[in-house]
Design a protein. Structure first.
Length: 239
């Protein structure tokens, strides 16, 4: 299945962030892909107009993530959020609420913490060892799949693998790309390809090559050739 439609070029979208920490010791100010101030002005206007249209949905998902993070922090569960919704927060135009939470340790403290809150319901998939948490306080409700660290995302969730956006922890861009690439190799979903293309195109200068499985990325770039330049840029920084 061709994926060329996912991105017109590496310059098709610009994520406009104001002092957002993307990785350890790095801060974005309004400088991506060496664009001019005039370009940023028009790109920022376009990005914000798209965000404003979806702000009720964005606020609803962030409210749920914040409440879930508060509950998990309260019982000492190390965690980070992941999914296509992170790309939306970083400027992607994909219309999605895809979000999960990755936790260290077992599901038991997660289940206990959420069961004590009237805002949440918790369900286990009978056919597999999967846990789903639904925030019933929102309309419509928002469901998070709970995944274990290592199986999804890095084994250790700390300051080197997570970043803070809107007061909750998320995977860093590098770990987001690594996790999305793993998902794409399993199911080759266009949605995962879109998120990977976005992250590579906008944040290739901040991706740690040592954390990315090169054979899998080579396969991905073969399927989505518009990402080849960005991937070459990542590799060039390590020569």
């Amino acid at each position: 299945m061709p994926y060329e439609w996912l991105v017109g070029s590496l310059n098709a979208q610009i994520a406009i962030l104001s002092r957002t920490r993307l990785s350890r010791g790095f801060t974005v100010t309004l400088r991506l892909l060496n664009r001019t101030p005039d370009y940023y002005s028009s790109a920022r206007t376009s990005c914000l107009h798209g965000t404003e249209r979806n702000m009720p949905r964005v606020r609803r998902v962030l409210e749920a993530a914040n409440d879930l993070s508060t509950l998990l922090t309260g019982v000492g569960v190390q965690h980070a959020f992941h999914g296509g919704f992170l790309a939306v927060l970083l400027g992607s135009t994909r219309d999605t609420e895809e979000i999960c939470v990755i936790v260290e340790g077992s599901f038991r403290p997660v289940r206990d913490a959420l069961s004590a809150s009237e805002k949440w319901t918790v369900n286990s998939a009978p056919w597999s060892a999967r846990l789903f948490a639904t925030y019933e306080h929102a309309i419509p409700a928002i469901t998070f799949e709970v995944k274990t660290a290592g199986e999804a995302g890095p084994r250790k969730l700390d300051e080197t693998t997570t970043m803070t956006l809107h007061d909750v922890p998320w995977l860093t861009v590098t770990e987001f790309v690594r996790a999305k690439l793993k998902e794409w190799t399993v199911r080759a979903a266009p949605e995962d390809a879109h998120d990977l293309a976005f992250a590579l195109g906008q944040f290739h200068a901040h991706i740690d090559l040592n954390r990315i499985p090169e054979p899998d990325m080579t396969r991905f770039v073969s399927a989505v050739p518009t990402c080849a330049i960005a991937w070459q840029a990542v590799r060039a920084r390590y020569r």
